[in-house]
Ligand binder design. Sequence first.
Ligand SMILES: Cc1cc2nc3c(=O)[nH]c(=O)nc-3n(C[C@H](O)[C@H](O)[C@H](O)COP(=O)(O)OP(=O)(O)OC[C@H]3O[C@@H](n4cnc5c(N)ncnc54)[C@H](O)[C@@H]3O)c2cc1C
Length: 456
Amino acid sequence: MPIDKAKSRFKGYLSTDEETLGSLSTDFGRLVRKVPSMVAVPAVALDVQTMVQLANEEGWTVSTRGASHSQSGQSLSEGGILLDMQGLNKIGPIEEDSVWVDAGVAWGDLVERTTERGLIPPVLTNNLNVTVGGTVSMAGLGVASHRYGTQADNVLALEVVTGVGDLVQCSPEENRELFDCTRCGLGQFSVITRVKLKLRSVLPSVRTYYLLYDDLGSLMEDQTRILHNQKFDFVEGWCAPCVQGLKTFGEARVPFAEWFYPVHLTVEHGGTAPSESILAGLNFYRHVHTEDVALSAYVQRLEPVFQMWRESGGWNLAHPWMEVILPWERAAEYIQGVLRSFPPNLLIGGHVLLWPCTGAAANAPLFMHPEGDFVMGFGILPAVPRHLVEMSVSLLNRASDLCIQLGGKRYLSGWVEFDHDKWKAHFGDQWHQFVQWKEFFDPNGLLNPGFLKYTE
Ligand SMILES: Cc1cc2nc3c(=O)[nH]c(=O)nc-3n(C[C@H](O)[C@H](O)[C@H](O)COP(=O)(O)OP(=O)(O)OC[C@H]3O[C@@H](n4cnc5c(N)ncnc54)[C@H](O)[C@@H]3O)c2cc1C
């Protein structure tokens, strides 16, 4: 790739150095390796435009990388230009109810600035080291999604460079279709350069009730009430195995577990924490703990867990994560069936998430989820050593297929091995529109090729 051609028109940092290319050739999944021909770190939005224009002239491809926490090579490039969006990292100014930020800003950096002002983006992901552009392209789910939908639902406007190299703004009022396909669009239609995000005021402290359920049915019954009456600001849950030893399975003796379900219910407050009476009527097995912390610590609550994964080596293992969004009515049967057949020892260094949510809160057109008042998010997030990858991927692919058969949808940042037909089925009645948007906004198909198979 002729770097000189790019250098004369690009203000940021460019490299074709082998070591740099190699360092950006894999993602958090550690399952896919793709080596770009050139890495471009834009300094300003015009750099992104320059690169996309050049790519159109020269027949190059352009892939966008945020913090590369996705797991199927979504943010990698095979032989094309890799835009490292973390070069665009300016925040502000922060207004009373909104803020413009560059797409490469990490959510954690933004939250540090907004909480100083008593403000917060309505939805935050568990991991704040990811970029605004990366999650808005995916959806961005968090423990407040039951109230506010996805991060993509809380975008007020975008500045983007389309696949033909136009630098434009879009919003519900202006260039609506571009706004609609860019959010949750996996970088297929445009490169996001800046995002105008909603902010809300937030109280400085939180109280979290740690509850344990021994029965998924009771948990789901309680959740319908919790999600309906909206007394809790943040809701999160897990499936936790209590390993019971070995049992005979066919010819083998395999480890098996009894599963329990921790649920954390959190309320914001300004000094007077809500009393335990807020739990009245809930049918949990045990109230394990009550935790009072500052809001600023709460939003970073999982960072010590991620740090543990880094220190234990789990961070560097393979992560064929599989997250699904299930129709409420089929969720219990699916989750119990999948957990029954899942070897609990595969979860060392990872966890299983349970994410009850309201369906109606999420409205971005390309965020696919089942219909219904309530939906259940469920994610198996293992850290897998090399020799167990093949077996784990095959188990997780089967669980993915079963979810789809039951009317569920995949969350697309994880390990997703879809062929053309599966992509078509994933987008369902949005598929025709998806392909039309692709032909219109990226007619040369140069943005992020490889992962999403939109042609047969
Ligand atoms: C430990 C951990 C915890 C997580 N927790 C959550 C969670 O709570 N909620 C949740 O929703 N997800 C979660 N995820 C998944 C993660 O948030 C998504 O993968 C998200 O996309 C990551 O953002 P990123 O900046 O790493 O994006 P990348 O992985 O770099 O990119 C993701 C996609 O967005 C595209 N993209 C990136 N930047 C742009 C841009 N500027 N313009 C256009 N397209 C772009 C890429 O091409 C790619 O297709 C978690 C992941 C990890 C590893």
